[in-house]
Design a protein around this ligand. Structure first.
Ligand code: 4AD
Ligand code: MG
Length: 477
């Protein structure tokens, strides 16, 4: 017999029907009530067992974590907490779970403990809810771009260009680390490596996406990116998924409009399609907040926060204006910032970004027109000669969620910049070609997908919104 997802049963199936359900036991009370979950929804299906009808040896196998198949009749529930339940006729045990050793028991486990059990944590309410929201957000990303005339582009994962993040890349090599071939200068001879040159895992698909935007018009990438920076924070991963739209004929204003519209769309999508999971995550967050001191608690609940972002315009502020606000701010004057704000041109740290968003403007902020010397070489230089058409989207609780720019489309200006920064022009020959042949105003940005999932789920650590986090000293599983 065909088995039914619990989600469908709870939403659509009518009582009186005989159904088969597969799932994992979440609880077995009084030798009578099995709470069954199959991952299709947060809710469990209550399966009522008349224990006199079953062998004791079978019932003993029904412990938390066991995989079972249940067949029975759907009836209106007599008890509280659910509208329907299954009156069980037969039970088949797919696989038992020894209660002595199965780590996921029906009690509160810490997130840290569950990180060490990442292969089993998706069987908890919190992680199944987070991962369902993650999946829905990922679908929303594709839906948004496709509906708006973008083409999905697969940027390479192994890259021979090191333009963006020099010094923080993971090398890809098949050379023998114990005995690598050397050239005449005594350096490792990558000419003998697999690709005949030094290659790395990509830190961003942007430069390649630009080439495709200048032919397909509007493209986006959505793939894994890698950074070997030693940042042990709650917002950094060594492997994360990035969404990078790139659009020909878009200036910075159009880029900001797109970023805002796109982010709002994905959050609205999650609110609509993941209502049950988000309501659960809201309650989880509320419980977590109760353990914090009063003044550190959030003023808004998760759903209020999400609705606030969807319903309000992001505040657009130049770096210079933000800098003035920061320099004159209370925490700066009282020397509360770890990095004091004195000189125009200083890079903004996460403490500054969060001050602007959470305390000063109290809404998502798009900062733009940053000092040229703290931003990447490809950003378009403004007429003032010292700022570039960069933008960062800053979110409460997260800090930077997306960053991008209008790109420098003028060959001479770009070449000068490359020379000034001692970047090897040879390496970027193809990127410069874009400015030689049919160049045009164009723009794009990158959004860290896990930071979006963090925001939408109200989780506090980026390691809890990706199935298997990769961080310094940690690549288990
Ligand atoms: O600001 P980033 O470094 O920008 C770029 O890579 C550009 N090429 C994007 C573009 O214009 N196409 O990274 C973009 C976003 C950040 O805003 C942040 O959300 C996320 O990627 N991000 C990370 N997320 C998790 N872990 C990390 N280590 C991250 N580094 C950046
Ligand atoms: Mg950035």
């Amino acid at each position: 017999m065909k088995s039914h997802p619990i989600k469908t049963i709870l939403e659509k199936q009518s009582t009186g029907e005989t159904l088969t359900v597969n799932g994992w036991v979440r609880a077995f009370r009084s030798n009578r009530f099995i709470a069954l979950n199959d991952g299709s929804t947060l809710s469990n299906l209550q399966c009522v067992v008349d224990f006199e009808k079953f062998e004791e040896s079978l019932l003993q196998q029904i412990t938390v974590g066991a995989a079972i198949k249940v067949t029975g009749t759907l009836v209106e529930s007599q008890g509280k907490g659910q509208s329907v339940e299954i009156q069980v006729d037969s039970i088949f045990v797919h696989g038992t779970a020894d209660p002595e050793t199965y780590p996921i028991q029906p009690k509160k486990h810490s997130l840290e403990f569950l990180r060490e059990k990442a292969h089993l944590r998706v069987r908890t309410n919190t992680f199944s809810a987070v991962m369902r929201v993650r999946s829905a957000l990922s679908f929303a990303v594709h839906q948004y771009f496709v509906q708006n005339g973008f083409y999905y582009m697969h940027a390479p994962i192994i890259t021979g260009s090191d333009a963006e993040g020099a010094g923080e890349m993971f090398r890809v090599s098949v050379l023998d680390p114990k005995n690598p071939p050397q050239n005449e200068d005594g350096e490792v001879d990558f000419k003998q490596d697999f690709f005949g040159k030094e290659t790395n895992l990509t830190v961003s698909g942007q430069l390649e996406a630009e080439t495709y935007a200048m032919g397909l018009g509007k493209v986006y990438t959505f793939g894994p990116t890698f950074r070997a920076e030693n940042s042990n924070t709650s917002r950094h991963l060594a492997e994360f998924w990035m969404i990078e739209p790139e659009m020909a004929f878009y200036d910075l204003d159009a880029n900001m409009d797109l970023a805002e519209d796109f982010i709002k769309y994905t959050i609205r999508y999650a609110l609509e399609h993941c209502a049950e999971d988000i309501a659960f995550l809201e309650k989880r967050l509320l419980d977590e907040e109760k353990t914090k001191p009063q003044n550190e608690r959030s003023e808004m609940s998760l759903i209020e926060k999400l609705k606030f972002v969807v319903d309000n315009n992001f505040k657009r502020v130049t770096y210079t204006e933000a800098f003035d606000n920061l320099r004159n701010s209370k925490p700066n004057k009282k020397k509360k910032f770890q990095y004091p704000i004195n000189e125009w041109g200083a890079d903004l740290q996460s403490e500054h970004e969060r001050f602007l968003v959470e305390k000063h403007f109290k809404c998502p902020v798009i900062l733009f027109d940053y000092p040229a010397n703290i931003k990447a070489f490809y950003m378009r230089l403004n007429d003032d000669g010292k700022t570039v058409r960069a933008m960062d989207v800053l979110f409460p609780g997260i800090g930077e969620i997306a960053g991008g720019s209008q790109r420098e489309e003028r060959l001479d200006v770009l070449k000068q910049k490359i020379t000034d920064l001692h970047i090897d022009e040879e390496e970027l020959w193809w990127y410069l070609d874009l400015r030689r042949f049919g160049t045009a105003v164009h723009s794009g940005f990158g959004l860290g997908f896990e930071r979006l999932v963090l925001f939408a789920t109200g989780m506090g650590n980026i390691r809890d919104v990706i199935p298997y986090p990769r961080t310094p000293q940690n690549a288990e599983f």
